[in-house]
Design a protein around this ligand. Structure first.
Ligand SMILES: [Zn+2]
Length: 462
């Protein structure tokens, strides 16, 4: 993208007034976004964005400058801007920038351009036709297709030179059904770090029809009862609760600020002994996977919690340096070259337990089973959460009975984690559609097996 000689010059310019580590981050991104609403294509947007960020570390101080102009003059000017806050004159010699390869393989079988935009648009229009043809109560179908290719090059004055090539694809259709004043929405969505072979792994037409079926079926759901009760959470996407209500508190910036319930508690029992939790950025095909993070650190699998014991936090380079750690855990991520990295999750999940998921339901005398989670909110540093369900069922005497609408679950993440009393053997990751917001957007995966929370507050519509 830019010649190594220019990288070397830029790094030297960034360190000209001191600083102990300088970095050049170059990004070249292309994207395609298609959206459909009211049976017609609303958006068809091709995007291109490229630029570079220059970061300089002065002990604990970090400065950053970025430019969308990759010319020599502009890069050197950005380097001087980043260097401007320097004290002292500890010039660091820039050394060998031989590229380091990742052993990780994230294969792309069918490239994004193996289908035309018209073909991709047709997928969304077909979803509209299928869902509306299913039942007249289907009132709206929202469709979306997104592909992003993001190439990054990361160099630093310690000789780091790595590259990553991230391909993310995502397809979704939301079906809204209406009966009188009741609206129900059901969504099919999938994606990942892969090419268009993902379409061969799914039956789009069938999955859209199933989604319409669910939206219409839920129109007859009964209002959800409210109060404290036992809640069984689904595998896969259900892991969003752990991500939002506990995962963020394991990110090192919340830890060093002392804002997290998990600060200073490594080695302590922080969860039920049934709970082990992992962040793993190395899984092929997953949306949060990286060969190298945005600090250039190789991605890794990090055991966060093991049998209830807190083992590790998620670190980026800045926080690792501040804490005097030798390495980060490869969790430094940034939305684009316009942003500095911060500690972020990659693919984060609660690991499999031993219970048969059917036995978890069978062992529950009364409660609710959430089959499909919708959105939710959590206070990231404290873990207080409110999540809603688009599909839920009453559990009576160990069996799923009445469909329920309007179910919300609220509580505190770290507290719930100590109380979970059954963990299934059916670990699954989500369908590959998650985006985490923490000031900057980051694509992530979540996951979990079926879990049971013995007592948690359910807000209903009854
Ligand atoms: Zn998040």
């Amino acid at each position: 993208m830019i010649p190594l000689e220019l990288v070397t010059k830029t790094l030297a310019a960034a360190l000209r007034s001191g600083g102990d580590l300088a970095e050049v981050y170059v990004e070249d991104r292309t994207s395609l976004n298609l959206t459909m609403e009211d049976s017609k294509i609303e958006t068809a947007l091709r995007g291109e964005d490229r630029g570079a960020g220059i970061r300089v570390f002065f002990g604990d101080l970090v400065t950053y400058a970025f430019t969308d102009d990759l010319s020599e003059a502009s890069l050197i000017a950005a380097a001087h801007a980043a260097a401007a806050a320097a004290q002292g004159s500890s010039y660091v010699q820039v050394i060998d920038l031989t590229q380091r390869q990742s052993p990780l393989e994230f294969p792309i079988v069918k490239s994004f351009d193996s289908m035309t935009i018209a073909d991709k648009t047709a997928l969304l229009c077909r979803a509209d036709e299928i869902a509306r043809a299913y039942d007249p109560r289907v009132r709206q179908v929202l469709g979306g297709y997104q592909e992003v290719n993001r190439k990054v090059w990361i160099f630093n004055s310690e000789g780091l030179h790595v590259e990553d090539d991230r391909n993310i694809v995502e397809l979704r259709a939301s079906v809204v059904a209406q009966k009188d004043d009741v609206l129900q929405r059901s969504t099919i969505a999938f994606g990942g770090q892969k090419g268009l072979e993902i379409l061969d792994e799914h039956e789009w037409d069938t999955e859209v029809r199933d989604t319409a079926t669910t939206a219409v079926k839920m129109l007859d759901a009964k209002p959800c009862p409210a109060g404290e009760m036992t809640v069984v959470m689904p595998n896969g996407w259900g892991g969003v609760l752990f991500h939002e209500a506990c995962g963020h508190q394991l990110e090192a910036d919340f830890i060093t600020k002392g804002a997290s319930a998990y600060a200073g508690r490594i080695g302590e029992q922080v969860a039920s002994p049934l709970i082990s939790a992992v962040d793993d950025g190395t899984i092929p095909g997953r949306r949060g996977s990286l060969r190298f993070d945005d600090d250039g650190t190789p991605s890794q699998r990090t055991q966060l919690i093991e049998k209830g014991i807190l083992k590790e936090y998620m670190w980026d380079l800045t926080e690792a340096r501040r804490a005097g750690r030798a390495t980060s855990t490869g969790n430094g991520r940034r939305e684009s070259f316009r942003h500095m990295p911060m500690p972020r999750m990659t693919n984060t999940y609660i690991d499999a337990g031993e219970s048969d998921p059917d036995e978890i339901i069978a062992a529950t005398k009364s409660g609710i089973y959430i089959k499909m989670m919708a959105g939710g909110q959590a206070e990231l540093a404290k873990g207080d959460f409110v999540f809603s369900a688009t599909e839920a069922y009453l559990i009576e005497n160990g069996e799923l009975t009445t469909p329920l609408r309007g179910a919300t679950v609220m509580g505190n993440g770290p507290k719930v984690l100590t109380e979970i009393d059954m963990v299934g053997n059916d670990l699954a990751l989500d369908p590959g559609i998650g985006t985490c917001g923490k000031g900057q957007a980051a694509r992530v995966s979540v996951g979990q097996p079926t879990i049971r929370i013995p007592r948690v507050m359910v807000g209903g519509t009854a």
